[in-house]
Design a protein around this ligand. Structure first.
Ligand SMILES: Cc1ncc(C[n+]2csc(CCOP(=O)(O)OP(=O)(O)O)c2C)c(N)n1
Length: 396
């Protein structure tokens, strides 16, 4: 029995709750997620991380008219729970059970059939442009993780959306994790922005102060607005998102429902593409998952108290392959390994630990990895370097 959760059959019910009730609801949803995933298995850590974000999204927007596009579809459990599928979630990973990903045939609240990854901004931009042609007024929101943002398609879509002037909201769910620790220049940029958080706060305080001064207050604010960009550029080394045409909002605490709702309401009054930078903790609220987000990213049934996976752990092909690769790499220093953000899933952890200089995680970027791989293949002809290339093997 859940005091608040049992009352929620659609986002309409959610909108009736006050902020304290929503905070209690967030706790109950976490308990419910743990109850289900510990029994059936599933994607846990990412969902624990988006509980408040999903509550805020469904509190502020009006789905199904407004469209939410989940980039990594495994992040949609909370969305499913809040959109009338709480009971069905008990059939997750069972024969004929509910899908662990958004499915348009399952619910009108699922706007797109998403697997993984990096497709949401393209999909949402297409929906937004179609809406504009049809003279519609609904909102379109893409929710993309920092891991998925390393995928080429996401960058291509940002490039297009940024110059489009189309009303579109991109929520960047930044938990600093892909399945493993996120890698590359874009995550480094996000870290830079996160650590300059004080900029947004002090900027708002200054605005409020000058706005209170009669007559001269407003002109000063306007003047400040003109020089804002240069100040921003001085304080924040790289305003990448603004430079490519987005209005950047944030960073905002992804576990504070009130702050999230405020920023989502604010975004509704801004024209053009907007990127809202939301900071979340993968595995939030379950210490085992907070400490080992990669282990609890996707997991079989487990004991909630100990975090131990139930049943006998079988050696899978990836593990065996990884072991063989290490054995071969010990004999041949020209062997390297390339992965597209799937170090653990492809059995390469031991290789990465033993040969850090010969291991390349290129991010969720298989397209890039194949060309990068070809360089090594062409090297092989000349120098004998051999490349073992692993791509995603995850099932949807
Ligand atoms: C094209 C592709 N590459 C890699 C994967 C494996 N994969 C699935 S989810 C994921 C991490 C996604 O990270 P993020 O978008 O930050 O979401 P999070 O799980 O952290 O919430 C990865 C690497 C995949 N499914 N598809």
């Amino acid at each position: 029995m859940y005091k608040n959760l049992d009352k929620i059959n659609s986002p309409k019910d959610l909108k009736k709750l006050n902020i304290l009730e929503k905070q209690e609801l967030a706790k109950e949803i976490r308990e419910y997620l743990l109850e289900i995933v510990s029994k059936n298995g599933g994607h846990l850590a990412s969902n624990l991380g988006v509980v408040e974000l999903t509550i805020a999204l469904h509190s502020v927007f009006n789905c199904p008219e407004d469209k939410i596009v989940w980039d990594v579809g495994h992040q949609s459990y909370v969305h499913k729970i809040l959109t009338g599928r709480k009971e069905e979630m008990k059939t997750l990973r069972k024969i004929d059970g509910i899908s662990g990903f958004p499915k348009t045939c399952e619910s009108e609240y699922d706007s797109f059939d998403t697997g993984h990854s990096s497709t949401s901004i393209s999909v949402a931009l297409g929906m937004a442009r179609a809406r504009d042609l049809l003279k519609g007024s609904n909102k379109v929101i893409a929710v993309i993780g920092d891991g998925s943002l390393t995928g080429g398609m996401a960058v291509e879509a940002l490039n297009d959306a940024g110059s489009s002037k189309t009303n579109l909201i991109v929520i960047l769910n930044d938990n600093e994790m892909s399945i493993s620790k996120n890698v590359g220049g874009i995550p480094a940029l996000l870290t830079k922005i996160r650590t300059k958080k004080t900029y947004t706060r002090s900027n708002n305080c200054i605005k409020r102060f000058f706005n209170k001064i009669p007559v001269i207050g407003k002109p000063i604010v306007n003047f400040a607005h003109i020089i804002k960009r240069s100040i921003k550029q001085a304080v924040i080394p790289n305003m990448y998102f603004e430079d490519i045409g987005f209005t950047y909002l944030g960073p905002v605490d992804g576990h504070n429902i009130q702050e999230l709702e405020n920023i989502l309401y604010k975004s509704q009054n801004i024209e053009g593409p907007i990127l809202i930078h939301v900071i979340t903790k993968k595995g939030k609220g379950y210490s085992m998952a907070e400490e080992n987000p990669d282990k609890f990213h996707g997991i079989s049934s487990f004991d909630i108290k100990t975090g131990e996976v139930k049943g006998k752990k079988q050696k899978d092909y990836s593990k065996k392959l990884g072991e063989k690769l290490v054995e071969l790499a010990l004999q041949d220093e020209k062997i390297v390994a390339v992965t597209a953000a799937m170090k653990d899933g492809t059995g390469l952890k031991e290789f990465a630990d033993k040969f850090p200089k010969r291991f390349f995680d290129v991010g969720i970027a298989e397209q890039h990895a194949t060309r990068f791989n070809c360089r090594y293949v062409s090297f092989r002809i000349k120098t004998g370097i051999c490349c073992i290339f692993f791509i995603s093997s995850e099932r949807i």
